[in-house]
Design a binder for this molecule. Structure first.
Ligand SMILES: O=C(O)CCC(=O)C(=O)O
Ligand SMILES: [Fe+2]
Length: 340
C-alpha cells in the first residue's frame, strides 16, 4: 500500500468485533488528518527484504563435546552479529506451543470490556491488559495491537503453565551459554531472574486497514536479558541488520531469540540488543508470545569485562529512566543513558 492510500479508509465503518479494542474509533481523528502528516522517515516506505535468521539446532548441545562446543559458539556468534537468531529442537514440544496458541486465542476472544476490567481478569493481575496507544498524537506512534503482559507467577495453574516452565528453562540455558562464551561461569541469571520477575507477553495484532502507516508494535529494543518469541505463520517481525530493516520469515518449528538491553550492558557491548518492531497485515490477525528473562528490580547490572562501556545500574534505575524518557520525549532512549 502506498503512502496516501490511508485516506481511502472509511473510518466511520467500525470493522471490529466485541472482543476487539476500539482502535479504529480511537485513532479516527488521526486517520482523518493523516493526509497532512509527514512520515518520510518511516522505514516501511522502503522495500523490506525478507530474510532467514541464523537457525541453530539445539539438539547438538547433547551430542559429543566437539559438537556441543560448535553449537555454543554459533549461539554466541549470532548474539554478537545479529542480536537475533532462531532455535529448533529447543525442548518445547509442538503440542505445548499449540496449547499456548489455543489459550492465547481464547483469552483474546473475551469481550473487550472484560479484558480491560480494572480488577482481576482470569488469573492475571489488574493492569496486565494493554491495547493501542490512545494518547498518541502521531500515526507513527500508534500501536495497532493488544497485549497481556503477565508476570510468570500469574501463569501458574493456567493451561500456559507447562509452556512457561519449559521456556524459563530454555532462557536460563541460553543465558548460561552466552555468559560462558564470555568466560563467565556464573549463577547470576539463576539467582536474579525468578518466576516473579520474568514476564510472558501475549500479543495480538488485529487486521489493520492502513498497515503501511501504523505499526503493530513500534520499533524498540527489549529491556531484559533475553527474549524468546513464539510467532504464528502470518509474519510481521522486522529487525535492523547492518543498518537495514529486514523481515523475518516465520518458521513453524522455531522460536526466535533476541538479546535485550541488559545482556548488551552485561556483555560490555559484545552481544547486541537490536531494534525491532511488528508490522500489521491488512486482512489477517497475527499472534505472538514473548517470554522476557528479567531480573528483580534490585539486581545490579555490571559489565563482565573492563573497561566498562556502561556504568553499573540497578534494573529499577533502568526501568525508571525508560519510563521518564517515554513520558518526556515519547520514546525510550535506553542504554545510552548509562554510558560511562
Ligand atoms: O510480535 C512480535 O513479532 C514482536 C513482539 C515484541 O517485540 C515484544 O513483545 O517485545
Ligand atoms: Fe520486543
Amino acid at each position: 500500500m502506498a503512502e496516501g492510500d490511508n485516506v481511502m479508509v472509511n473510518v466511520n465503518q467500525p470493522l471490529h468485533m466485541d472482543s476487539d479494542p476500539p482502535l479504529l474509533e480511537t485513532y479516527k481523528t488521526l486517520f482523518a488528518n493523516s493526509k497532512t502528516s509527514s512520515n518520510n522517515h518511516d522505514h516501511r516506505l522502503v522495500m523490506v527484504e525478507e530474510r532467514h535468521l541464523p537457525l541453530i539446532d539445539l539438539s547438538r548441545l547433547s551430542h559429543n563435546e566437539a559438537e556441543k562446543e560448535r553449537c555454543q559458539k554459533e549461539i554466541a556468534r549470532a548474539a554478537r552479529q545479529w542480536g537475533f537468531f532462531q532455535v529448533v529442537n529447543h525442548g518445547i514440544s509442538m503440542e505445548l506451543l499449540e496449547m499456548l496458541r489455543e489459550e492465547q486465542v481464547r483469552v483474546f476472544k473475551q469481550p473487550f470490556h472484560h479484558k480491560c476490567r480494572e480488577d482481576k481478569f482470569l488469573n492475571f493481575s489488574a493492569g496486565s491488559y494493554r491495547w493501542g496507544t490512545p494518547t498518541s498524537y502521531f500515526l507513527r506512534q500508534l500501536w495497532w495491537s493488544e497485549a497481556f503482559h503477565i508476570p510468570v507467577n500469574d501463569i501458574s495453574s493456567t493451561p500456559m503453565e507447562p509452556f512457561a516452565t519449559k521456556v524459563a528453562i530454555l532462557a536460563q540455558k541460553l543465558a548460561e551459554i552466552l555468559a560462558e562464551k564470555l568466560g563467565h561461569k556464573s549463577s547470576f541469571f539463576q539467582e536474579s531472574c525468578l518466576p516473579g520477575t520474568c514476564y510472558l507477553r501475549l500479543n495480538r495484532y488485529p487486521p489493520c486497514p492502513i498497515p503501511s502507516d501504523i505499526y503493530g508494535l513500534m520499533p524498540h529494543t527489549d529491556s531484559d536479558f533475553l527474549t524468546i518469541l513464539h510467532q504464528d505463520q502470518v509474519g510481521g517481525l522486522q529487525l535492523v541488520k547492518d543498518g537495514q530493516w529486514i523481515a523475518v520469515k516465520p518458521n513453524p518449528e522455531a522460536l526466535v531469540i533476541n538479546i535485550g538491553d541488559l545482556f548488551q550492558a552485561w556483555s560490555n557491548d559484545c552481544y547486541k540488543s537490536v531494534k525491532h518492531c511488528a508490522v500489521t497485515h491488512p486482512t489477517k490477525e497475527r499472534f505472538s508470545a514473548a517470554y522476557f528473562l528479567c531480573p528483580s528490580y534490585e539486581t545490579v547490572i555490571e559489565s563482565c569485562s573492563m573497561p566498562s562501556v556502561y556504568r553499573k545500574f540497578s534494573f529499577r534505575e533502568y526501568r525508571q529512566k525508560v519510563q521518564e524518557d517515554v513520558q518526556l520525549y515519547g520514546y525510550k532512549v535506553g542504554l545510552s543513558r548509562f554510558l560511562v
